[in-house]
Design a protein around this ligand. Structure first.
Ligand code: FHN
Length: 573
């Protein structure tokens, strides 16, 4: 099993005074989790009341961070509780939205960084039952509704950041003096985590976040408590110190290629915020989300997609409608997602993705290739090729390990047409050079596979490019690619972009970032391309070190850069 899991087990099993963990139960829970693929994240808390505005001023950034961003004193922020009365909350309806979306599990914030418990806590009066006019515990209803709907249920819990407590991390405006993290852990975290593990039935998982400064021992104690109370409850890697059962990627961060060494999950937003923000209408298109679901599952991950309910207790209409569209696609194509394994093939571009089951290869055509589609690298005999959407056979010719399909003019599904290959044998045989894990000499980093950083940046599906790069205050709009495998080496670099004359002249930077030091970078200047996409060589060599976390693209200094459209960066060994 995965390294993270093993690290966790050895650390926890090492104490003879404590009951040993049950690796069998964790493995069983992980298998179920791996089969589920798609879950609903819910960020719900007091921050849904200001919804992105404080005292009439727009506050930049993610909605649930408003207390921190606007440096709202505890005494003021606390007052929100007196108004929190989500009378429209209906747990059954929420569970139904998740069901209709084809999601298999739900994870909701029991306590976010603002420190407010969204369940009835005996540990702190700062909770939804004791401090609000609502005066009841919505998590009781939600856990029951999820169980009734056959959905897994889990809690998010912020175990280090807590802006309400002098001993929690993060509130430097009320509590500038040092803190005692051990006391915070002992008095709030451990007893609250115990409450959520004992009051809401079987939890599928507990989702810790931003472990920050917690020590190895503190994390070990936390893990031990979880596994002692609920051996089947999975723990995510953001518990810290490598002691999770499975790995979290960064927020909205998808590995660039198949990553299947350990089980992982991408937490992601439907717009640009987790907690409800009334002015955030930057909803991702269903086509993009379905392609991302196929992308993530093809690479070995799960997709945990967020909704941010309002202070009244409603999941925004836009979110619901997007999720239902995904659900309709899954009604037809779910066979190619649930219970599948990651692609055994490397992805040369963003035309297709691939999932497999015994005897079957599912080719997800996420960007329609036109009438001719070449698929290379499959050695196994193909017995039948057909579309999942309509069951119709797809004609093809075979030349060695290349299959040349003749496709209809238009996609058979507007989002992702799944082409199924029934193959001889259980596991596809992959020709040398085409297997996932083999990094080619020329590696394309498409804007579509990047994490988009910043509120202004947009991805345009039609031109397959990122655009509207802006620098607002100290915040840059950037593209970040996460390899999750080391790309150590020296690369010459190309950039494929378009730019009209107005936007020409901006300097750009492509860097390798380790998360601490200034990047090792190559730089260049954007020239007018008359609006056409061109590929240009960038001067210099990009040195990528073994532990670099991501490759980034930015236009650091120039605001004209909003008109630049970037399709991909190519790294050439
Ligand atoms: O700071 C939080 C953020 O508010 C949100 O909860 C996300 C979800 O993954 N986690 C943290 C940042 O990574």
């Amino acid at each position: 099993m995965c390294a993270v899991l093993l690290a966790g087990l050895s650390a926890c099993g090492g104490n003879p005074k404590q009951p040993a963990e049950s690796p069998g139960q964790t493995a069983e829970a992980l298998k179920k989790f791996d089969d589920e693929k798609f879950g609903m994240f819910i960020h719900w808390g007091l921050y849904a009341i200001p919804a992105g505005e404080w005292k009439g001023q727009y506050v930049r950034g993610i909605g649930e961070w408003i207390m921190n961003r606007a440096r709202i004193p505890v005494k003021e922020y606390e007052q929100l509780a007196k108004q929190f009365n989500p009378v429209k909350f209906n747990a059954g309806e929420w569970a139904q939205v998740a069901k209709d979306a084809g999601m298999k599990y739900v994870v909701i914030t029991s306590k976010h960084h603002d420190g407010f418990a969204m369940y009835g806590s005996k540990v702190s009066k700062y909770n939804i039952v004791d401090a609000t006019p609502f005066a009841r515990d919505p998590m009781k209803d939600l856990s029951a509704a999820c169980a009734a709907a056959g959905l897994g249920f889990g809690f998010y819990y912020s175990q280090d950041q807590d802006w309400h407590e002098p001993n929690g991390r993060g509130n430097t405006w009320d509590f500038p003096a040092g803190r005692n993290s051990q006391q915070y852990l002992r008095d709030k975290v451990m007893p609250q985590v115990k409450e959520i593990l004992t009051g809401y039935g079987q939890l599928s998982l507990i989702w810790f976040d931003t472990p920050g400064m917690l020590s190895d021992q503190q994390v070990t104690d936390l893990r031990r408590m979880v596994k002692t109370l609920q051996p089947m409850c999975l723990i995510n890697s953001r518990i810290g110190h490598g002691k999770g059962d499975y790995l979290q990627t960064g927020d909205n961060a998808i590995p660039i290629q198949v990553y299947s060494k350990t089980k992982w999950e991408v937490p992601a937003t439907l717009n640009d915020t987790w907690g409800f923000k009334k002015n955030d209408h930057n909803w991702k298109a269903p086509a993009d989300l379905i392609a991302k679901l196929a992308d993530i599952v093809s690479k070995g991950g799960n997709y945990l997609l967020n909704v941010g309910p309002t202070a009244e207790g409603l999941i925004p209409e836009e979110s619901q409608s997007i999720l239902r569209t995904i659900g309709k696609w899954l009604d037809v194509n779910g066979e190619s997602i649930y219970g599948t394994s990651a692609s055994p093939f490397y992805f040369p571009d963003i035309t297709w993705r691939c999932t497999v089951k015994p005897g079957k290869v599912y080719l997800h055509l996420i960007n329609w290739p036109g009438r001719e589609f070449r698929f290379e690298g499959l050695e196994s005999e193909v017995k039948k090729a057909y579309f999942l959407a309509n069951g119709k056979d797809v004609p093809y010719k075979r030349e060695g390990n290349t299959l040349q399909f003749t496709l209809p003019e238009a996609p058979v599904d507007p989002y992702d047409s799944v082409l199924v290959l029934d193959i001889a044998g259980t596991t596809p045989r992959v020709a040398a050079g085409f297997a996932s894990g083999s990094l080619p000499a020329k590696l394309d980093l498409y804007a579509w596979t990047a994490r988009l950083r910043g509120e202004e940046i947009r991805y345009d599906r039609k031109s397959m490019s990122a655009t509207n790069f802006k620098n607002v205050d100290t915040e840059k709009n950037e593209l970040w690619w996460y390899p999750y495998e080391s790309l150590e080496g020296n690369y010459s670099v190309e950039i494929t972009y378009a730019c009209d004359s107005k936007a020409a002249g901006s300097e750009f930077r492509i860097g390798a970032y380790d998360g601490q030091n200034a990047p090792r970078a190559v730089e260049g200047r954007i020239e007018s391309t008359g609006g056409e996409f061109v590929t240009r060589k960038v001067k210099g060599t990009l040195q990528v070190a073994r532990d670099d976390r991501y490759i980034g693209f930015s236009l650091p200094d120039d605001d004209k850069s909003a008109g630049v459209r970037v399709r991909k960066i190519t790294l050439i060994r």
